[in-house]
Design a protein around this ligand. Structure first.
Ligand SMILES: [Zn+2]
Length: 410
């Protein structure tokens, strides 16, 4: 069902009324916001006055951009760069959302490269020979599970991974990102994510973690990096997802979290901001809107009668319009906002957010909401791990056949 252009929210006559009213009190923040609204508004107007074709996700040029990235990655993996497993994950997951297969030899190259990033003592580093860190560990495991071959699964040294996780665990339940490094909610999520998908989780590994994450929820409703820190989209996603994995979401005030995230969708632009009073950014289409499936599911288990059976609790149409009109680079790849350059990070999270906005529910209550042409449809993504739900199922099935390693802290 391709929507007619007239139905687009950004082209309605009253849309301009959604712009910021600064009550005659200009501040640096309000002026920045107005500049972005002006820029986004001129794109919406140009579309209204000149094109009037259904919106198109430029799949082919995005795919070319991603394939080139993967090629370069395997050609020059000696290069010192602290986020190479992330590049692997952003690219393979984006291609998977676009339903573009990765050639076998290329997938094998990625597996071999990630194997070289794995530390002898467990966990993955940002590049070969560097120190292991939880963020690239999460990215490497996600990339390998997205590739999903026997070779990919076999790269992961589960015994050592479990030892690495234990070595980062703190007495208060939190985790350090790396040895000698900082503690924050990202590490709890990365640890819970890789431990659950590779079946190395034990009851004591996450002792106290859920309670520590709950302490990071702010009076605003969102979650900050550590207790007392300002609520932020990325940390909120990490905190809520980790609690879903640990089956302890009830420790949070979910209604207050819902109110916080719902108000992060920008009235005029249609995309999301990461924090209160910040500017719209395409990547928050996943970090913020991606909270909605998790919240929906959590509130559903509490039998909340107000829950919709067809829609997430944000304007799915408005966000798709923002992503399709304002975040596609004409040379392939997606971006933060008009005027910014494309990168693999934004390509991954803009596409992931677009997928969330297109697919509601699953199984018997799958409800699709597609802006633009039918070919815009992406594969769905798992709300907790952000890789394909079929990839999660295959990885869990694979690792469930193996025993949970028996490392202990003592
Ligand atoms: Zn961003």
């Amino acid at each position: 069902m391709a929507d007619s252009v007239e139905q687009l929210r950004c082209l309605r006559n009253n849309h301009a009324a959604e712009q910021l009213q600064d009550d005659g009190m200009a501040t640096e923040t309000s002026m920045e916001q107005k500049r972005v609204e002006h820029c986004v508004g001129s794109i919406y107007n140009m579309y209204k006055n000149h094109y009037k074709q259904p919106l198109v996700l430029e799949r082919d040029i995005h795919t070319q951009y991603l394939r080139r990235g993967l090629q370069q990655l395997s050609d020059s993996y000696e290069c010192l760069d602290a986020s190479r497993p992330w590049l692997c994950y952003w690219i393979v997951h984006s291609l998977s959302l676009l339903n573009e297969p990765i050639p076998e030899s290329m997938a094998s190259h990625v597996c071999q490269f990630l194997a070289r990033c794995q530390d002898a003592k467990g966990g993955f580093a940002g590049g070969p020979g560097q120190h292991p860190h939880l963020a690239p560990t999460y990215a490497a495991v996600n990339a390998l599970c997205t590739i999903g071959t026997e070779e990919a699964f076999n790269v992961i040294n589960r015994e050592k991974l479990q030892e690495f996780l234990y070595s980062l665990k703190q007495p208060d339940g939190s985790f350090k990102m790396h040895h000698g490094g900082e503690v924050d909610v990202r590490s709890a999520y990365c640890a819970a994510s890789v431990a659950s998908i590779t079946n190395v989780s034990t009851p004591d590994l996450f002792d106290g973690t859920a309670e520590w994450i709950a302490r990071c929820q702010k009076w605003e409703g969102g979650i900050g990096g550590v207790p007392g820190m300002e609520a932020h989209g990325g940390y909120t996603f990490c905190g809520l997802s980790a609690l879903v994995i640990l089956n302890r979401v009830h420790l949070l005030d979910l209604k207050s979290l819902l109110r916080w995230v719902a108000f992060r969708q920008m009235r005029f632009e249609g995309g999301f901001q990461g924090r209160c009073n910040k500017l719209v950014d395409g990547c928050y289409s996943f970090w913020q809107a991606g909270l909605m499936p998790l919240l929906h599911r959590s509130l559903h288990t509490e039998s909340d009668p107000a829950l919709s059976l067809t829609n997430w609790m944000f304007d799915q149409q408005a966000m798709q319009e923002y992503l399709l009109l304002c975040c596609q680079s004409p040379t392939g790849g997606l971006l933060d906002k008009p005027g910014k350059s494309r990168d693999f990070y934004h390509t991954c999270y803009c596409l992931s957010g677009l997928s969330v906005a297109q697919h509601f529910g699953g199984g018997d209550i799958l409800h699709e909401m597609m802006v633009g042409v039918e070919e815009n449809k992406l594969n769905s993504t798992h709300p907790v791990y952000n890789i394909g739900p079929d990839k999660v199922a295959a990885a869990i099935l694979h690792f469930r056949q193996k025993e949970v390693p028996k490392t202990s802290r003592n």
